[in-house]
Ligand binder design. Structure first.
Ligand SMILES: Cc1ncc(COP(=O)(O)O)c(C=O)c1O
Length: 439
């Protein structure tokens, strides 16, 4: 059997071309692979074909965005219908109202919405909206949680044992981050009510909002405890601060997203990924009273917001088609597939006598090679040996025809059948067996 990298000579060739015109041959850090990334040729349903003709079950799904996999017929039809009529105008279109109506109808906490071009931009606008509404400077965020690349949202994304103290310090993610950014972001551990209260007792009157993903992927894909989220809302509101749910990923957990599953109403919600039907998108949504910071009808808004391609009709129409296909039954199907693979993977860990666990909810799961009690970012921070196992898992799956994120994240899609989920599980089982034999 030919295995990566030998199985991908054409990808290697493309990568050497890319290196001449892009730094490190790369325009998106997250898709980098050593020694070279696998270049995609096409996708259909839950499969991706690379430029060398290898076919994979795609469990990355463009980092969770492609909930219907590739070439979803309804999204294709909507886009083909729109293309000859224009792709972006310096004027609004009916399509943005239709997608906004669907999202407002699905999310009880949301009265109004505003679109953007990426989740990063949605998070940025949510942070700025919280500041504009409260007239306060500081944001609280969870250690290790990823929210895109706005400076304030990146703080302490990859804090490490070398800079850990009892309470997480605000650690710069990118070189050159201004001190002022670190000063205005307060970092807390996940699922820790006491730590949150301690932060509010010191900074309460300066805090504009808490930014939280209820199941933060990079911080471990550990679901928030319900009592934690309840205490978080209560603590924030008692101090006059807002709660911002980043549901860029977690909106794929259910018909009304994570907030529907937990039955918690945030003040603001950030959306992205699946609501664009495969096209670039972001959104910020919430109560009308707060969203009024964007309202231009009474002169310059508290928070002006533009964007050349914002709410373009291609994204809006593809997004509407994708969201309409995400029925309650579609979520039942995804939950069933997720439970099957998560359960089977945890059985495999036991059977092969390997330390580790598969966590997640719905269509999302993540594999950790730790014997720790899994509670937060620090509890799943991989040691060098665990990192090596993650690497073996990623490569082992690749050679068995399954694409996953290199840090152990998997996202399932609606076109997958029980037989597909079972094949993915078999690949995971075989790879874990191989890793156990090397330990
Ligand atoms: C939770 C979360 N928030 C925000 C973002 C940023 O979204 P985008 O990549 O569309 O800028 C991501 C991207 O993966 C994300 O996972």
């Amino acid at each position: 059997m030919s295995t990566y990298p030998a199985s991908c000579p054409r990808s290697e060739e493309l990568y050497s071309r890319a290196r001449k015109v892009m730094p490190g041959g790369n325009t998106r850090t997250t898709v980098f692979m050593d020694p070279f990334p696998i270049y995609a040729e096409r996708g259909e349903g839950c499969r991706m074909w690379d430029v060398d003709g290898n076919v994979y079950y795609d469990c990355i799904n463009n980092f969770t965005a492609m909930i219907h996999g590739y070439a979803q017929p309804e999204a294709i039809a909507a886009v083909q219908d729109q293309l000859p009529h224009g792709t972006a105008f310096g004027a609004p279109t009916q399509s943005e109202i239709e997608l906004a109506e669907l999202l407002v109808e699905r999310l009880p906490s949301v009265e109004q919405i505003r679109f953007a071009n990426s989740g990063t931009e949605g998070v940025m606008m949510a942070i700025k909206a919280a500041r504009a509404f409260t007239n306060r400077p500081k944001i609280v965020k969870i250690e290790g949680a990823y929210h895109g690349s706005y400076d304030f949202a990146e703080v302490s994304l990859d804090s490490s044992p070398e800079n850990w103290s009892d309470m997480p310090a605000s650690i710069a993610y990118a070189k050159g981050t201004p001190q002022g950014v670190l000063f205005d972001v307060v970092v807390v551990p996940f699922n820790d009510i006491e730590a949150l209260k301690a932060v509010f007792s010191v900074h309460g009157s300066d805090i504009a909002g808490i930014l939280i993903d209820p199941m933060p992927n990079r911080a471990g894909l550990i679901p928030a405890r319900r009592d934690y989220l309840e205490a978080l809302v209560e603590t924030a509101h008692a101090a006059g601060a807002l709660v911002i749910f980043d549901e860029v990923i977690s909106f794929r957990l259910g018909y009304a997203g994570a907030q529907g599953l937990w039955n918690i109403a945030p003040d603001l919600t950030v959306l992205g990924k699946i609501i664009g039907g495969g096209f670039p998108v972001g959104a910020i949504a919430g109560r009308a009273e707060i969203m009024a910071v964007f309202d231009p009808t009474r002169g310059k808004p508290a928070l002006p917001h533009g964007g050349t391609f914002t709410a373009n009709p291609i994204t809006m129409r593809a997004g509407l088609a994708a969201m309409q296909a995400l029925t309650a039954d579609a979520f039942t199907h995804l939950d069933h597939l997720g439970a099957m693979v998560r359960g089977g993977t945890n059985d495999a860990f036991e059977r092969h006598g390997l330390a580790g666990r598969c966590v997640g909810l719905g269509s999302l799961f993540k594999i950790h090679f730790t014997g720790n009690n899994i509670v937060d970012y620090r509890s799943v921070y991989p040691s060098a040996a665990e990192r090596q196992k993650l690497n073996l898992l990623h490569r082992g799956l690749l050679d068995r025809g399954v694409l996953s994120a290199s840090y152990g994240l998997f996202a399932l899609s609606t076109p997958m059948t029980d037989a597909d989920a079972s094949a993915i599980l078999t690949a995971i089982d075989d790879t874990l067996k191989q890793i156990a034999s090397l330990s």
